[in-house]
Design a protein around this ligand. Structure first.
Ligand code: ZN
Length: 67
């Protein structure tokens, strides 16, 4: 019998595959600035597929921080 942690890792890799598939098909039309805790900076995220699309410009970031 497989260990639970091993099952979780397998499920994670399956889910990641599915996520990448969704992200490949997505046109990233609906984006939102959000803080990326891994890279410790803000990014534009696609609201549809959760892909970090690009870095915001300084003016975009200023708008976001003051809204
Ligand atoms: Zn997308």
């Amino acid at each position: 019998m497989k260990k639970r942690a091993q099952q979780i890792k397998e499920q994670q890799s399956e889910l990641n595959k599915e996520l990448r598939k969704i992200q490949r098909k997505c046109s990233h039309k609906d984006q939102q600035v959000r803080f990326d805790y891994i890279n410790k900076r803000h990014m534009w995220y696609c609201k549809e597929c959760e892909l970090p699309v690009r870095y915001p410009s300084d003016s975009e970031l200023g708008k976001y921080l003051h809204s």
